[in-house]
Design a binder for this molecule. Structure first.
Ligand code: ATP
Ligand code: MG
Ligand code: FE
Length: 346
């Protein structure tokens, strides 16, 4: 089925048309230039920007696909989790279009979308598999059992991986978003220059949680390091710090994902979210997966960060199973992946 989907959960206004797992058109309008002057996403500004470009983006998606509404079998939008005002713009547009053109409507969970990004590049992928979801707001290990059926096996106790990249970039005065900038600098630095704490999560029995991560201690350690150089009035070795930080995050995520896959007998790790674009994570996870005879999948970069193709792909799968959402569906700023099926009837 051909589904047109709208994604406005944060600072990308995105519209795409996907037929099952094949991308027919993919429009992404980033608001990064607007928000970077504030050093992060300003929710009010995001909502207004979405409103300004949403209709153009929808028209472009249809035009790029050379389709009119007759060729569309369903209309979807991200409805959770994310910024309420931002989500509302896309969801309201999708519900209105579904009503006007008399098409099935589907609300989609943003994180299910990040998981589904893997199907776009690997259409033969089938559950069960393990998803390592690493984005601006989430860091989770998810047991993917079926379409809409998920179990969270591990998560971060504080900052998300992408959030850690963004915060470290800010304290190194590198700008927003930090992930891509740190990634680039890290490739020119020495990852062994500084030894930084991995951030283990203690268990009551004295051991460590095998799958949960923690990145706030690592961020503080980077801050201390920067302050040391500043206090001694020495130049801050930004490239070496970036490389050491990135290496620590990549090793931490790799260790947890591999342990989880082995413990649960899952042979495939499908990575998703903006941090899946990270070169350090790709390198470490790929080499560990090879060592343990596991398969690891990374979506192409354009499907790692926020896009609507991944949302349309998830919606298309739900629609083919007869799942649709009521037009009374609202937005949910927080909704767990285990609650995905609450979005559908039928
Ligand atoms: P969520 O999906 O949890 O709601 P989000 O949608 O804001 O959050 P994404 O768009 O999936 O997050 O990812 C954005 C995050 O990915 C940002 O924190 C950004 O710094 C990070 N990121 C993007 N590219 C890279 C990279 N090459 N290396 C590390 N981090 C990256
Ligand atoms: Mg974004
Ligand atoms: Fe996202």
């Amino acid at each position: 089925a051909s589904v047109l989907a709208i994604e406005t959960s944060c600072d990308e206004t995105a519209v795409a048309i996907v037929n099952n797992r094949q991308v027919i058109s993919n429009i992404v309008t980033s608001q990064i230039p607007v928000h970077s002057q504030y050093g992060g996403v300003v929710p009010e500004v995001a909502s207004r920007q979405h409103l300004e470009v949403i209709n153009i983006a929808i028209a472009q998606a249809l035009e790029q696909a050379r389709l009119d509404w007759q060729g569309i079998d369903g209309i979807a939008a991200t409805c959770a989790p994310g910024l309420v005002g931002a989500l509302l713009v896309g969801l309201t547009a999708a519900k209105t279009l579904a009503m006007v053109h008399n098409k099935p409507f589907l609300g989609v969970h943003h994180l299910e979308g990040h998981i589904y990004a893997n199907y776009l590049s690997e259409p033969s992928l089938k559950p069960p598999f393990l998803s390592l979801l690493v984005s601006g707001g989430h860091t989770s290990l998810i047991y993917v059992k079926d379409c809409g059926v998920y179990e969270t096996l591990g998560e971060t106790r504080d900052d998300a991986a992408g959030e850690a990249f963004d915060k470290v970039a800010r304290l190194l005065k590198l700008g927003y978003p930090g992930g891509p900038i740190i990634d680039k600098l890290a490739q020119q630095g020495n990852s062994q220059a500084f030894s930084l704490p991995e951030g283990k999560v203690s268990l009551p029995n004295g051991g460590y949680h095998p799958y949960d991560a923690s990145f706030s201690g690592l961020k503080t350690a980077v801050l201390r390091l920067v302050q040391q150089f500043e206090k001694q009035e020495q130049p801050v070795p930004i490239k070496d710090i970036a490389a050491s930080f990135q290496d620590t995050v990549a090793r931490s995520l790799t260790k947890r994902a591999i342990a989880c896959a082995i413990d649960y007998g899952l042979h495939t790790i499908a990575v998703g979210g903006g941090v899946a674009a990270n070169s350090g994570l790709r390198k470490h996870l790929q080499s560990a997966a090879t060592e343990y005879n596991l398969r690891v999948l990374f979506p192409p970069l354009k499907y790692c960060t926020d896009n609507a193709a991944m949302i349309a792909c998830a919606a298309s799968d739900h629609l083919s199973r007869g799942h649709t959402s009521p037009l009374t569906l609202g937005v949910h700023s927080r909704l767990g992946l285990t609650q995905v099926m609450e979005l559908y009837e039928g």
